[in-house]
Design a binder for this molecule. Structure first.
Ligand code: NDP
Ligand code: 2IT
Length: 444
């Protein structure tokens, strides 16, 4: 058995009940196989694949808090500090009932390569809780966040590990978490990103992930002699990433006709009304069923169904494994040109393969959604120098970063004789830098 296959089998055996982690490792290993096999004995002796798949540290803790009825509730908290070869651990916190160790490990593993692709000095980490902010009062969310940080603060700081948002963690949650960190440590430092603009947040961080998805898509289209103007786009999700992907696509002359949440989806043939979507999701924290009140000509459907709508471009921006082979078949049949992942690992391995084999340009999340963490790293820089850059400055840096990521992954694919395979390109380019840094730092 080859070294790559041997370690993959061991990772799967050693980490049972973590299917998402297996999926993420399988994809990366498949891509980096030519690099490893070109010098297999050396990498095997160095145990590089064993080291890269074992988190440097995992912290799991109890999060007790009191609900509005006076009842004590208990949730699980976790932070996976995956790899610090190229910088302090960096990555979001996810609050969602589906959160478990395997999901946080897959996200942390992906984050290592994503952060490498940004070109900025950040290692990979991820964390979260099975706490569900949906339907909770602000006071309950605050009580939970304060309890969560009362343990987490021991393991993070501006030079060690810098969490941010992800599903279920936005500006409100980051504010409560930051307040508690400051209170316990008596330190005002850039320990979290995605902060509010009045207390150290960066302009354009809110928009960064969604805008970045569209910037990289635009560069891909440009490279193939096309542009965004006039394109029809299907987006899934209706959260932070989806909203700002839709906003930027519209600014560039495309028309986004769908969005979704965990209960249903919207088809608006006239183009999604971003102001309405922001009011429903960011202000009212309501369901998408509300959308029809703002746009009577739109359709609302229960369940999932976004990918059956004909589009030129697809951007899954909700969660992992939301594009299956049957969806990929509909996208291909409907003439989809390209798919850029806004979410982390939204496309199954089989669906990815199907899309690539049928000529759909496919940009994996670790490249296409890297704009969020990239601007988080810019927030860290601003916090360190105690200055704030303008929106235009941050946005133009973000654009450059996304353009560079596109060319970096495209060139890496070419170097390994896999032209146009952006999954391979992203994994190879992301891995090369981490590998070099790990080897230089010895056995650790
Ligand atoms: P939000 O919580 O703001 O929004 C998530 C959206 O996805 C909501 O519309 C939510 O619907 C929907 N969703 C979540 N879980 C499910 C599910 N199990 N089934 C169906 N729909 C679901 O999160 P973000 O927009 O921040 O994150 C979206 C994705 O992007 C995630 O994969 C995240 O890891 C990734 N990402 C986020 C970055 C960021 O900066 N925020 C950066 C890079 C990647 P509902 O409201 O009904 O739950
Ligand atoms: O998946 C991701 O890259 C994020 N949730 C953002 C992480 C960050 O540190 O900004």
């Amino acid at each position: 058995m080859s070294y790559v296959d041997d370690v993959l089998a061991k990772v799967i055996a050693k980490n049972p009940s973590e299917p998402e982690f297996h999926q993420a490792v399988t994809e990366v290993f498949d891509s980096i196989r030519p690099l490893i096999e070109a010098n297999e004995e050396f990498y095997k002796k160095e145990a590089i694949l064993e080291r890269i798949t074992e988190p440097e540290r995992m912290i799991k803790f109890r999060v007790p808090w009191v609900d509005d009825k006076g009842q004590v509730q208990v949730n699980m908290g976790i932070r996976v500090q995956f790899n610090s070869a190229i910088g302090p651990y960096k990555g979001g916190l996810r609050f969602h009932p589906s959160v478990n160790q395997g999901i946080i490990k897959f996200l942390g593993f992906e984050q290592v390569f994503k952060n490498s692709l940004t070109g900025l000095p950040i290692g990979g980490g991820k964390g979260g809780s099975d706490f569900d902010p949906k339907g909770k009062s602000d006071r309950e969310v605050m009580a939970f966040c304060q309890s969560f940080m009362t343990e987490l603060y021991k393991h993070i700081n501006a030079d060690r590990d810098v969490p941010a948002g992800d599903i279920g963690v936005g500006g409100r949650e980051i504010g409560y978490l930051f307040g508690q960190y400051k209170r316990i440590t008596n330190k005002y430092e850039g320990v979290l990103t995605g902060k509010g603009l009045t207390y150290g947040g960066s302009l354009a961080r809110t928009e960064a992930t969604g805008y970045g998805v569209i910037y990289i898509l635009e560069e891909l289209l440009k490279d193939h002699g096309m542009d965004m103007a006039g394109k029809t786009v299907c987006v899934s999700g209706a959260g932070n990433v989806a909203i700002y992907a839709i906003e930027k696509a519209h600014q560039l002359g495309a028309k986004v006709v769908t969005c979704s949440d965990s209960t249903g989806w919207v088809y608006d043939p006239e183009g999604i009304d971003v102001a309405a979507l922001k009011e429903i999701k960011e202000v009212k924290r309501a369901r998408l069923t509300e959308y029809k009140k703002y746009r009577p000509n739109s359709e609302y459907h229960e369940g999932r169904g976004v990918w059956q709508i004909k589009c030129d471009l697809a951007c899954p921006c909700a969660t992992q494994n939301e594009v299956f082979t049957e969806d990929a078949k509909m996208l291909v049949e409907n003439g989809c040109i390209a798919l850029a992942e806004g979410a982390n690992m939204p496309t199954t391995l089989e669906a990815t393969k199907y899309l690539q084999e049928h000529g759909v340009h496919f940009i994996p999340g670790k490249a296409s959604n890297a704009g969020g963490v990239a601007v988080s790293a810019l927030e860290m820089s601003q916090n360190s120098e105690r200055l704030s850059w303008t929106f235009e400055d941050v946005d133009s840096r973000l654009q450059n970063i996304m353009i560079n990521i596109y060319h970096n992954i495209s060139d890496a694919a070419k170097r390994y004789d896999k032209e146009g395979d952006y999954v391979a390109g992203a994994n190879l380019a992301g891995f090369e830098k981490v590998l070099d840094a790990m080897l230089a730092q010895g056995i650790c």
